[in-house]
Design a protein around this ligand. Structure first.
Ligand SMILES: [Zn+2]
Length: 290
């Protein structure tokens, strides 16, 4: 590991590999930490060259910075960070790359983080504030049309969730990633398999037993796994509690191209349909175009 880093650090001078990016090439160079921020930037600034440090289905909580990331950051005109614990690992890389503070847009700060919970993107009304900040941060961009779409998404999600009686909106997920979504749309988070806002750690046997009891007592029908987290424990808990594992949620990462979680808006639509199916046990398709 050390040797690979060393070799790559030397090769940086000569251009070690190249980070994946999209765009016309002559627009501003934008580096985003998360897949959600990169997607927002591509929508808000189509002329920008956008690089995402995290790739699809990568767990942001467990990420380790690579030399290529530092190289991309060093050449960035604008850096988009998610804020909170999600991309705390960025700090060292920013120092190494010598990025000045005026280039950094802290989307989480703009969205309004609540307590220690970094998962603001799960609330589309917070995504609106983040998108507006991204628009202000990238020269020549216009966030207005995308913000319009996010507002429409917010009302559609609310309308979908409102079709389920409140007492049946019971959520169990892999880790505590959907708190913002749950608070916004009136869903009760009954429990999480990893009892944490991060994905690190495993539940103890006692915690698993307690969760199984809670699931039985509250009448939870479905346990939701997440696309970037191994679902082994979720399956075991479902088997023990007589429930089932629902469709994977796009919690901390977007999906690869071609998946229904490939875009931020698509990921929220897909999650909403998955939750509706899990709550009601019936197929759901809330979004005509999604
Ligand atoms: Zn998370």
């Amino acid at each position: 590991m050390m040797r690979v880093l060393f070799v790559c650090a030397l090769a940086l001078l000569a251009g070690c590999g190249s980070a994946s990016s999209e765009g016309s090439g002559d627009g501003p160079r934008v580096v985003a930490t998360t897949t959600q921020l990169a997607d927002m930037a591509r929508n808000i600034a189509p002329g920008a060259s956008v690089t995402s440090i995290l790739s699809a289905n990568t767990d942001p909580h467990a990420y380790e910075v690579r030399p290529d990331d530092v190289k991309a950051l060093a050449g960035a005109d604008v850096v988009l960070r998610s804020g909170g614990e999600t991309d705390e690992w960025l700090d060292g890389a920013l120092d190494s790359a010598g990025v000045s503070d005026d280039k950094i847009v802290d989307a989480g700060a703009a969205a309004g983080l609540e307590g220690d919970d970094p998962h603001w993107w799960q609330d589309p009304s917070k995504a609106v504030k983040a998108a507006e900040a991204i628009g202000r941060g990238i020269p020549g961009s216009d966030a207005a049309p995308y913000v319009e779409k996010l507002r429409a998404l917010d009302s559609s999600v609310q309308a979908c969730i409102d079709t389920v009686p409140e007492g049946e909106r019971l959520l169990v997920t892999s880790h505590d990633a959907l708190g913002y979504y749950a608070r916004k749309y009136g869903i009760r988070v009954v429990g999480t398999v990893i009892p944490s806002l991060s994905t690190s750690g495993q539940p103890s046997a006692g915690e698993v037993d307690a969760l199984v009891r809670t699931i039985r007592e509250t009448g939870v029908k479905t346990i939701f796994a997440e696309s970037s987290v191994n679902a082994k424990v979720e399956s075991a808990i479902a088997a023990e509690s007589g429930t089932k594992v629902g469709k994977e949620l796009w919690a901390d990462s977007l999906g690869p191209e071609g998946s229904d979680g490939a875009t931020y808006i698509g990921s929220i639509e897909s999650n909403t349909n998955a939750l509706l199916e899990g709550f009601t046990g019936k197929p759901a398709n809330c979004f005509v175009d999604g």
